[in-house]
Design a binder for this molecule. Structure first.
Ligand code: HEM
Length: 233
């Protein structure tokens, strides 16, 4: 391939773009037509692989945000957590693509998956490992400032940074719930409700998991505020 500018990077590929982005390696990570059981395997693989990449970025940003929070730097952590929220949003939007497969075509794709299941997604496993630590870091800061959670929500002057952090954690929790809702509907639409997944889990079970929360205290506080308002307002 010929290019206007001189290429300066080492690596595989004809241009610095291909060498830096590592497109040669990336684009062989999907089966080719000769290996497909069904041509929608490419749609299925691309959707899953790109989710894994967005979650990889999310895990990296959570990890860095945790280090910042542990040294008391809330504002720069918030910038990274905004990215986390966006990563989850992209993973959610991508689920739309799976509904472009007909349910019957998916039955053929499914034959290629063995016991492959989202339960074994490294992205989601990593998320489950690091996201709860955000709650631990947040509550440690609330304690350090001698506050109760309700103080932050009733008169947060002077603690705006922590209030914003609480709401960001809530946003992230909500974003995961939106992913689970959407995933459940896509699954129901594709394989039905009264059936089992590739690892034997009934679809109704993932329906039941939709309300799982990383930070239940941040949800409970809304009810506490309603109760407090009934008492004193
Ligand atoms: C047509 C598309 C899809 C179908 C039919 C499907 C089906 C299922 C089923 C039946 C389960 C329950 C476990 C099992 O027995 O396998 C499950 C769980 C799961 N799937 Fe999917 N899935 C699809 C797409 C995706 C995508 C794109 C992701 C993103 C990586 C994903 C991630 C997960 C995760 C993380 C779980 C564990 C449940 C949870 O943590 O809430 N799935 N899926």
């Amino acid at each position: 391939m010929s290019h206007g500018a001189e290429q300066v990077l080492e690596g595989q590929g004809g241009s610095d773009y291909e060498r830096y982005i590592r497109t040669d390696e990336l684009l062989v990570l999907q089966k080719g037509p000769e290996e497909w059981l069904h041509r929608d395997e490419l749609l299925f693989t691309v959707t899953h692989q790109s989710s894994e990449l967005w979650l990889k970025l999310a895990i990296s940003e959570v990890t860095e945000a945790l280090a910042l929070l542990r040294s008391g730097r809330v504002q720069p952590a918030l910038r990274l957590l905004t990215r986390v929220r966006m990563c989850i949003g992209y993973a959610t939007i991508q689920l739309d693509m799976l509904e472009q497969m007909t349910p019957w075509d998916y039955q053929q794709v499914r034959k290629a998956l063995g016991h492959g299941s989202g339960f074994d997604s490294p992205g989601f496993r990593g998320i489950r490992a690091v996201v709860p630590e955000l709650g631990t870091a947040f509550f440690a800061m609330v304690d350090e400032r001698d506050l109760a959670l309700i103080d932050l929500f009733t008169g947060y002057e002077g603690h705006e940074d922590l209030y914003q952090l609480a709401e960001m954690l809530f946003d992230i929790d909500e974003a995961f719930m939106a992913w689970r809702d959407r995933h459940f509907r896509v699954v129901e639409r594709t394989i039905g409700f009264n059936v089992r997944g590739t690892q034997g889990t009934p679809v109704e079970v993932i329906g039941g998991l939709r309300d799982r929360k990383f930070f239940p205290e941040l949800w409970d506080i809304r009810s506490d505020l309603s109760n407090l308002a009934d008492e004193i307002l």
